[in-house]
Structure formats: structure tokens, C-alpha cells
Design a protein around this ligand. Structure first.
Ligand code: T1G
Length: 685
């Protein structure tokens, strides 16, 4: 990979341009190149000041995350940063795009910071299970004070140039187009005024005040305990920022390094770094090279104005793509349009959208009762009732009106896409775009590749998904595709454990303790027991509860009873139903009280299903399955997803646990062949 730092001198100012596409990650090679150019500029008497700027779309976006799994490489951050901070000439950082993590920390060891108007700065290490490990926890408090520093670093949020200037994080804001010129002018001004080289590390005023508020740190920790649940990095950040206030700078830096290295060694950080690359890796499709043509989607049609159709439409409207939304009945169409408007207006009331943006987005929406209005659409997404007969009829109509080359997508969550495709004269144009409810919120979209789907349409769908802010995961055709198929065993297991007499509250608590936002039975009650599709004729707990008009939170309670504040309480009614269903199915009581055993009983079958999805080549890679679980079912990110978690606990333990379940419950729990083989070989999923 090209790593370069090129220097051009302008009126005594050396402009060092760093270049490491795509985001100028501060790799070892780039650190070398930067150090080398800095030394050259410092040794050149004609150079009076130095500007560090980046090529491409952004300033340095952080350390090269991939380096963390390799042995440390010279020059270290400390070596480079010491050279900058103690340079004999003023060093000015010129920031565009995003200065993040180690990139923002590098700018903080510069003597001054000039930011382009659209630039943002931030320390997102917390999202990787880490803390800023190159001085961010020590320098930011010296500029902003500890309280602001705690909020910025534990949230990992980026800060716009205006706020950064107001906080003192940058010294000047420049027009985007004039950044380099302004930075050079600023450098010349500094030189003219005596070439001062202030170091952030020497600032004491803000942290001196913080020393009078030692209680701040514990108070911050307590106030955010819920937000930090399951994550170790925030505690490390709080301790490091407290060190910035209470310790001399060098000791604070030593504490930061110690805390950083401790976090780097945790599974939680490995899991979150895995998730970072996994989410970005789903778009890489081996047989779709960069030469595969992509359709320029300029107009979209949506069939169905219900919850899914409306949510899907919003994704395209949000991206500025016109949408024709077609329904069969005027009332349904009006309801769909009104729902979209209501959601946008609620966002406007919360300040997330301007009234103008609401108007723009609604202006892109064309409701219609006529399929003919779809004749110019480049992509049409069907989101009608989940019935093969209905979908086949819709696709036959689309086949008749859609322009040649249009992509015909089904939002089906379960049905055989190939069967739908074969109901048209153009199966190569049919693809699955499976959104997750609420479709305008959930980031996952499963791109389902049918037997006949043309590569260009797959490539288009993958690219379009990212354009509308989604994370696409490619799936082959199978019942439930990836996420729903993967997670079904967790529900089946939860209900089996309940039938064996394990209290549903214990089962839900086990899942919450692992990191799920809510347990299985809580989620069923929230979604609505009548909504959850049930196949098969076997008597089920939900079937009985629905028959009793117990639909969950929305009506009469479900697995739990609910008070007026919608707080869940154990229900004797559902406990009796569970016992009755268990008896009718001849399931002997054998409750499990051991939480570790409960967790494995709930989640190992998910891992097993993931291995089957992989060995059937429904998913391209195990990381994609992790992404589907994390983004489709809120699988806790700090575990990395089911496949990463299985690797963490060891496949030998996974296989042994499945065999134990198989001995108690039969062949449904038999370990997948791939799992058995990998466990034998000491491999990983
Ligand atoms: N290291 C390595 N690769 C990176 C990277 C990084 N920091 N950031 C992005 N990439 C790759 C990414 O995998 C993808 O690769 C491509 O760049 C485009 O990324 C010591 C310890 C900057 C906002 O956490 O938030 O500094 O898939 O698709 O949507 O204290 O990338 O094309 O092969 O995300 O335009 C701290 C992480 C690191 C920032 C751009 N920094 N990056 O978003 O592009 S730890 C971060 C981002 C650290 C120090 C600590 C985003 C972005 P590929 P992309 P994007």
C-alpha cells in the first residue's frame, strides 16, 4: 500500500502531505514517513513552520486498527508524537474530513489546529472496546476540562468544527476550499509573532479547577451505569481522565497506557474490532469484481404502503431518491403516507430534521393506486402480505409494467425467492431485499441472491444498500435466509426450557445478563404473540396464550402480566399454560438453575445453525453471520456475534455442549459437520 508524506515549502512554511488511502490510517509506514519528513523540515533552516495536512477525503482517521493484532511496530505513536510536540518549529495540523482517534491525538500534539468548516474531530476508541491510547485522555481534559472530556470520550461522538472551536479543541476554522492556504497563512502569522510552540500537555487551568471536584468521576460513572452496562472501556476512560486531573502528565500518560493495554487484551475489544471490520467486510463479494456494471438507481417503486412498505420507502426518501408507493386501496395508501409524514414530523419535533427536510422528503414521495406509475422505476420493492400466491401475482404484474432492466425485489422474509422469480419472464431481474422492522431504523438488509439473479443486480443492491445507510449481508435462498433462520433456535430453546420448568424470568435474565437488551419472552410480549408466525401443528405456549386473548403487552399480557406502567410481572396464568402444554406434550420437569448451562442451552443451537448456514454456503463468511445477528437481532456487540463468541469459548466446548443437548433432546441438536471438523482440527469459524 502507498504510504507517503510529501513536503512542499511555501514562503518558509513546509507543507507535509500525508497519504495513506482510504482514510489515512496512521499505520507504521505512515508514521515513519511522517517522522522522516518532520525531521527533514526541522533541519531545514529555510523552514520556519510546518503544516501537517492529509491527501484524500479525510485527515487521519485513527490508528490502523488491523495493527492491533500484530506485534508493535516502530516508530511508536509516542516516538512520533514526542518529535512533533517538541519540534523546534511550530507544527500546525490542518484538518479536513474527520480527525479521529490517533489522528485527533496527533493533532493535539501539534502546537496549533486549523479545521475546515465541515471537519469533525473525535475519539471513537470506546466503540472498539478501547480508550484513546496516544494521549487523548490526558490532553483533551487540559483543553475542555474533565467533565466535557468524559462525555466526548465515553460517547465516542465526533465534534463539528464550530463546537470544537468553541471548546478550544481547534484554534481556527477555515472555509473547506481554503484549508491549506489558511493553515499556511496561520503558520506565517505564528512565525511573525515569534513562532510560539504551546504544548497542550502544559495547560493546567482547567484541570486545576477539576481537582476541586473529585466526586465528579464516580458521579459520572453512576449516572451512566446503564449506558456502560457490559462494556469495560468506559470505566477505563473515566480512570484515565481522573488521572489527567490528579497526576503529573507523564504519570497520567503511563496510567493511560496501562489501561489501554489492559483493554486491548480483552475479548470485548477483540470482539468490537472484529465487528468493525465485519460490518465493512460484508460488501466484499468474491465473484463480483469492480468491473461488474452497476445500475444507477434514480427512481424507486414500492408495492405496499403498510409498516414495511412505508419504512422501506423512507430509506430511499432519506437518501433523496424519488419513490412511487403503490397500494391497491386508497385508504391503505393514505394511511401509509400519513404514517411516513407523522414519523418525519416527530423527528422534526426532536430536532433531528428541519421542516424543510421533511418537505423535501415528502415531496419525493408519489402515492399511487396504479401499477402503470412504476413503468420508469429502476428498482421496485414488493412489500405485500407474506403469501406466495399474493407475491407471485404481484410479480406477474410487475413483469408486465416494469421497464426492461429494472430490478424487481421482494422483501419476503421467508418464502422461496426462486419460486417468485420463476413467476416472471425475467428471473435474472429478481432479487431479495429483506429489511428488518422497523425498516427505516434497522441497519441490516439481507440481499438475497436467487439462482438466476444477474450479478449486476446483486452488485447494484449491495451498493444501493450502503447508499441508503444500510449494511447489506448477501444470502442465498433458504427458509429464513440468515438472521431469522439463525436466531429461531434461541426462541425454540427458550420455550423448551420453559416447558421443562425453568422460570421464564430466569431465561430472560440469562439473555439480558449476556448483553441482549431484552429476553426472549419479553420480546415476544412486546412484538405481540399474535404477530409471531408459528408453523407446525404442535400445541405451543403461544398458541394457547393467543387463544386466551393474551397477546402480550398490547392486550391482557402474555408471558408476563403488565401493570399500568407496562412493568412486567410473573404471571400465574402463563405459568399454568406452560405446565399444561408441557404435560400435554409429555415433557418431564427438569428445570435448569445454572445460568452458564442456561446460556449455552439457549445460544449453542444458534451457533450450530450458523455453522449449517455456512456449510450450506447460504452465507459467504462467518463474519457476515455475526453482522446479521448483531444488526438484525441486536446480538451484543461486545461479544462479536455468535460465531465470534463460539471461537472465543472454543469450538470443542461448543461441540461438547451440543452433544449434551443432543443426548437430552435428540438429533436436532447434533453438531453440524463443519463444527465437528473444526473442533477436531482446532480451527475457528
Ligand atoms: N484502520 C484501518 N482501516 C480502517 C480504519 C482504521 N482506523 N478506518 C477505516 N478503515 C477502512 C475500513 O475498514 C474500510 O475498508 C475503509 O477504510 C473505508 O471505511 C491509538 C487506539 C473514518 C468515519 O475508530 O469510523 O486510533 O472495507 O467504510 O463509511 O488512540 O471508517 O474499504 O476495505 O468505514 O466513509 C480510531 C474508524 C482507531 C475510526 C469513514 N478510529 N473508522 O467512514 O468508510 S483506534 C476509528 C471510521 C485509535 C489511538 C486509537 C470510518 C470513517 P474497506 P468505511 P466511511
Amino acid at each position: 500500500m502507498k504510504h507517503a508524506a510529501v513536503t512542499r515549502s511555501r514562503d518558509g512554511v513546509a507543507v507535509v502531505t500525508l497519504d495513506n488511502p482510504p482514510v489515512n490510517a496512521l499505520s507504521a509506514a505512515l508514521r515513519w514517513a511522517t517522522l522522516s519528513e518532520l525531521r527533514t523540515a526541522c533541519a531545514d533552516d529555510a523552514v520556519k513552520a510546518i503544516v501537517l495536512i492529509c491527501a484524500g477525503r479525510t485527515f487521519i482517521a485513527g490508528a490502523d486498527i488491523a495493527e492491533f493484532d500484530q506485534p508493535p511496530q516502530e516508530p511508536s505513536f509516542a516516538q512520533l508524537f514526542d518529535a512533533i510536540e517538541n519540534a523546534p518549529k511550530p507544527v500546525i495540523a490542518a484538518i479536513h474530513g474527520q480527525a479521529l482517534g490517533g489522528g485527533f491525538e496527533l493533532s493535539l500534539v501539534c502546537h496549533y489546529r486549523v479545521a475546515a468548516q465541515s471537519a469533525r474531530v473525535g475519539l471513537p476508541e470506546v466503540h472498539l472496546g478501547l480508550l484513546p491510547g496516544a494521549g487523548g485522555t490526558q490532553r483533551v481534559p487540559r483543553i475542555t476540562g474533565a467533565e466535557v472530556a468524559l462525555e466526548i470520550i465515553t460517547s465516542g461522538r465526533s465534534v463539528g468544527s464550530a463546537e470544537a472551536f468553541a471548546l478550544g479543541l481547534v484554534d481556527r476554522v477555515s472555509a473547506d476550499s481554503a484549508l491549506q492556504d489558511d493553515a499556511v497563512d496561520f503558520a506565517r502569522q505564528i512565525v511573525a509573532e515569534g513562532a510560539a510552540r504551546p504544548r497542550v500537555r502544559d495547560r493546567e487551568d482547567k484541570i486545576a479547577k477539576d481537582r476541586n471536584r473529585p466526586e465528579m468521576f464516580e458521579a459520572f460513572r453512576k449516572a451512566n451505569a446503564r449506558r456502560f452496562k457490559g462494556f469495560k472501556a468506559p470505566d477505563g476512560i473515566i480512570a484515565a481522565v481522573e488521572g489527567a486531573v490528579t497526576l503529573p502528565f507523564e504519570d497520567g500518560m503511563a496510567l493511560e497506557t496501562q489501561l489501554f493495554e489492559g483493554l486491548l487484551a480483552t475479548n470485548e475489544s477483540a470482539a468490537q474490532r472484529h465487528a468493525f471490520f465485519a460490518v465493512r467486510g460484508t460488501a466484499h463479494i468474491p465473484d463480483l469484481g469492480r468491473d461488474v456494471p452497476v445500475v444507477d438507481v434514480k427512481a424507486v417503486g414500492i408495492i405496499g404502503a403498510g409498516t414495511m412498505g412505508g419504512g422501506i420507502a423512507m430509506n430511499f426518501l432519506n437518501a433523496g431518491i424519488p419513490v412511487t408507493m403503490v397500494e391497491t386501496a386508497a385508504a391503505a395508501l393514505d394511511r401509509g403516507v400519513a404514517t411516513i409524514r407523522r414519523i418525519y414530523e416527530a423527528s422534526a419535533r426532536k430536532g433531528r430534521l428541519s421542516a424543510e427536510q421533511v418537505g423535501q422528503r415528502m415531496g419525493l414521495l408519489s402515492p399511487s393506486l396504479d401499477y402503470e406509475e412504476l413503468r420508469n422505476a429502476d428498482l421496485i420493492v414488493e412489500a405485500v402480505f407474506e403469501s406466495m400466491a399474493v407475491k407471485k401475482q404481484v410479480f406477474a404484474q410487475l413483469d408486465a409494467v416494469a421497464r426492461p432492466g429494472a430490478i424487481l425485489a421482494s422483501n419476503t422474509s421467508f418464502l422461496d425467492l426462486d419460486e417468485i422469480a420463476n413467476a416472471t419472464s425475467r428471473p435474472e431481474s429478481v432479487i431479495g431485499l429483506h429489511f428488518f422492522s422497523p425498516a427505516n431504523v434497522m441497519r441490516l438488509v439481507e440481499v438475497v441472491r436467487g439462482e438466476a439473479t444477474a450479478p449486476a443486480f446483486v452488485a447494484t443492491a449491495m451498493k444501493l444498500a450502503k447508499r441508503i445507510g444500510k449494511v447489506p449481508v448477501l444470502s442465498r435462498v433458504c427458509p429464513g435466509f440468515i438472521a431469522n433462520r439463525l436466531m429461531a433456535p434461541r426462541g425454540e430453546q427458550a420455550e423448551l426450557l420453559a416447558l421443562e420448568g425453568t422460570p421464564i424470568a430466569d431465561i430472560d435474565a440469562t439473555l439480558r445478563d449476556y448483553g441482549f437488551a431484552m429476553g426472549h419472552f419479553q420480546m415476544m410480549d412486546l412484538v405481540g404473540l399474535d404477530v409471531v408466525g408459528r408453523d407446525g401443528t404442535e400445541r405451543t405456549i403461544m398458541g394457547d396464550l393467543v387463544a386466551m386473548e393474551r397477546l402480550g403487552q398490547k392486550r391482557n399480557g402474555g408471558f408476563y402480566d403488565y401493570d399500568d406502567q407496562r412493568t412486567a410481572h410473573p404471571s400465574k396464568i402463563s405459568a399454568d399454560v406452560i405446565a399444561a402444554v408441557a404435560e400435554s406434550r409429555g415433557i418431564a420437569p427438569s428445570p435448569t438453575s445454572d445460568r452458564e448451562a442456561l446460556l449455552e442451552a439457549l445460544l449453542l443451537p444458534v451457533v450450530n445453525e450458523g455453522a449449517k448456514i455456512l456449510q450450506e454456503q447460504v452465507a459467504l463468511r462467518s463474519a457476515d453471520i455475526d453482522v446479521a445477528a448483531m444488526l438484525g437481532y441486536n446480538w451484543p456487540v461486545h461479544t462479536g456475534g455468535p460465531m465470534f463468541w463460539a471461537n472465543t469459548i472454543g469450538l470443542g466446548r461448543v461441540v461438547a455442549g451440543l452433544r449434551e443437548l443432543e443426548s437430552r433432546h435428540g438429533s436436532a441438536f447434533r453438531p453440524a459437520a463443519m463444527l465437528e471438523q473444526l473442533a477436531l482440527d482446532g480451527g475457528r469459524l
